[in-house]
Each structure stands twice: as C-alpha cells, then as structure tokens.
Ligand binder design. Structure first.
Ligand code: NI
Length: 393
C-alpha cells in the first residue's frame, strides 16, 4: 500500500497492512486471471475455500454448489458481510500482465470484492475472541446472471443474521474513497418480452396479412411515452427495448415478431405500474392491428434500498478509519443484494478503484491498491455492528 492511497489511520500499522496488502494483491491477481461465469465458479470457490481453511476459518455446510458461507466468532448476535464472485462473458483487453485469457473477465470488480473479503476474514479471525457475536462471510455466486442471492437465502445460512453489509467497486471514484447513501442506490429491475402472432403473406398484399412488424413498431413508439408522458420527471425511470426480431427477407410479411427489453425504477411498486402500462399498450395495439400479442414481464431484482441509520453508521466507521467519504453514485443498474435487504437490514456501499474505463468494459481495471483498506473497513463494520447490537440487547 502506498502512502497516497492509505487512509491515515492505517499508516500507523503500516507493517501489518503492507503484509496484508501484498498477500491480497497476490490473491487478487490469481482471481483476476481465472474468471468464471455465474454458477460455474468451481475453481474460484475451491481457491476461496483453501485460503479460508488455511486461515482456520470455519466453512458452513450450505449445500451451495458454487460460492460459500464462512463463519467467524462465537455465539450470540450474527451479522453478515457479502461479496460476489462471478465474472462476465467479456474478452479482456487491458494488457495487464495478469489479464484473463479464457474469454471471460472480472470486468465488474467481483475479484476485488472477494479478495477484500478474504482480507476481512483474516483480520476478523485474528480478533475472533474479541468479537461480540459472529460474522458470516457470504461469497455469493451468480450475481450477474441469475440472482445467486436468492439461492444463498434459500439455503437458510442467513436466517439468524441481524444486519448485512456489501461492497461494490466504483470505477470513477479515487482509490479508497468510500461512497455511501441512504435510500435507493440501485434500481428495481424488470424485464419484459413481447411476441406478436400475426399472419404472414406476400408483401404486395398487406391487406391479406396481419403485419406483426407494424404492430411491434407501434408498441415501441407508444412505449416511449410511458416514461416521457406518464411518469413524474422527479422519479427517474428507464424503459429500453434491447432486442427485436422479425422476418427474414424483403418480400414476405412474417408470421411473428418478437421484442424484449428492460425497465429500471427506484422501487418495486413503480416498476409494476410501468409494466402494467406497457401491457395496456400491447392490448391496445392488439385491438388495432388484429394480431394476437403475448406479453410477459418479470421482476429481476427489487431496488437496493439502504437503511438510513446503518448508512450513517458505515459512513462514520469509514471516517473513523480515515477514509474520505461521499455519496454513492446512484445508478439504474441492478444488484441482487436487494433480496437480502428484503429480509435483513443492510447497507450496500461503494469503494473507489479509479478505473480508466467503466465497469463491464473490456478495459476496466480495479486498482488493487485499495484491497487491504477495503478489508479493514469490512472487518471494522462487522466488529462494530456486533458491538452496537450487543449493547442494545
Ligand atoms: Ni458487479
């Protein structure tokens, strides 16, 4: 760790922290060069398991095929720290000496998250006898693809957890800067699919057909007014069509057309309201065009909604450790951390990694200089929340 990136309180323990930083940087490079997609994180899980077992950390029997939950501490109150471990199907283009060569990439910083959690595990293990309860460390699979949070919750491993904390790298904040805000910081995410069953025929005789392309274009056009004309400008919302398919040549009106896309808003209720409007647009077009329209929509993740008291607690803890803090970057992206928050009070906070390019870009780079400081903050949050909860009881 260099002086520039080290929050001031860490420089006092610089020997301990520079050793931790070195170890974590080595782990980080290994994880970065071995990315695996959601639910295929076999090697990643095995490596995490080995490192934790070497440190004497207990791993719980959860039945999860990839990912794992570890536990440090004694009886009493339990809090959880969560990171994600999956990568993206992106071919890396960073030219780092530890770049991935397998066609997948940790382009969202999950390698950073899991490595700093390993650091937190090592710090918490050293202080195990002083913890006023226990910390569960969740190494969650499949954040990007299929809501691994749901399977972690279904395992029952977090049933006794009172509070949960998670972190995410932010590319455009300075290294080690902490962003934390209360309220909705990630959007509620929904997806929809529309299939139009028309009637195909010769393009020269459209009157004998039920043109699904015209029907679909009317739906796409009318859908643009849902956000611009039926949603308050003070409540941000996004409705995007991302995939359209119909026909295969120039002189045949096709039988079917298909479209899908996504809706992002600050809460589940508003998401449902927008879905309902889109459904009504489809109904109206069905009426006008005489083609049958199937509409399917689903909630992919609720909004990440930070508890205000706990957000203040994370901010204070970060400041006590000497971190610079600011608000977290609001985003219309989704995060399945939201599923934990539906059951457990919690906060999702950001740490700056000063990447030259945004997340999900093949040139994204999480600066590893902040690994040990992220680990220290994670462990301090866990230890202090146990202390606070025990004094309340
Ligand atoms: Ni991510």
């Amino acid at each position: 760790m260099n002086e520039e990136t080290a929050p001031k309180n860490f420089t006092e323990n610089s020997v301990e922290f520079s050793t931790l930083q070195e170890t974590l940087a080595t782990h980080f490079k290994w994880f970065h060069s071995h990315p695996e997609l959601g639910l295929h994180e076999w090697e990643t899980t095995a490596r995490i398991r080995d490192i934790l077992m070497d440190a004497g950390v207990k791993i719980l029997d959860t039945g999860l095929e990839t990912g794992l939950v570890a536990r440090i501490g004694g009886s009493g109150t339990v809090v959880a720290l969560r990171c994600d471990i999956d990568a993206l199907p992106i071919a890396e283009a960073t030219n780092l000496e530890y770049a991935s060569k397998n066609g997948c990439m940790h382009a969202c910083g999950h390698d950073f998250h899991l490595t700093s959690m390993l650091g937190a595990a090592s710090l918490l293990k050293q202080r195990e006898s002083r913890l006023m309860g226990a910390v569960k460390l969740v190494f969650q699979p499949a954040e990007e693809s299929v809501n691994g949070a749901v399977s972690v919750l279904a395992s029952g491993a977090l049933d006794d957890v009172a509070e949960i904390y998670g972190l995410h790298t932010t590319p455009d904040m300075p290294v080690s800067m902490i962003g934390v805000s209360s309220g909705a910081v990630y959007a509620a995410v929904g997806s929809f699919a529309i299939r139009i069953h028309g009637k195909s025929g010769h393009a020269a005789h459209p009157d004998e057909c039920r043109d699904p392309i015209v029907a679909l274009s009317q739906i796409i056009g009318a859908a643009q007014t849902i956000v611009s004309r039926r949603t308050s400008p003070f409540d941000p919302a996004v409705l995007s069509f991302t995939h359209v398919e119909a026909g295969n040549t120039w002189n045949i009106i096709p039988e079917e057309a298909f479209a899908e896309g996504t809706i992002r808003v600050g809460g589940k209720e508003r998401l449902n309201a927008i879905m309902e409007r889109l459904k009504r647009v489809c109904k109206g077009v069905e009426e006008i065009c005489g083609a049958r329209i199937d509409f399917h929509c689903e909630l992919n993740a609720p909004a990440v909604n930070n508890d205000s008291e706990l957000a203040e607690f994370v901010k204070r803890t970060a400041q006590e450790l000497g971190f610079k803090t600011g608000p977290s970057r609001p985003t219309m992206g989704g995060e399945d951390f939201a599923f934990y928050q539906e059951r457990i009070r919690g906060v999702f906070w950001n740490i700056g990694v000063a990447s030259p390019e945004p997340a999900h870009n093949p040139r994204f780079i999480a600066n590893p200089a902040a690994l040990s400081t992220a680990a220290a903050l994670l462990s301090a949050i866990a230890e202090k929340s146990l202390k606070r909860l025990s004094s309340v009881e």
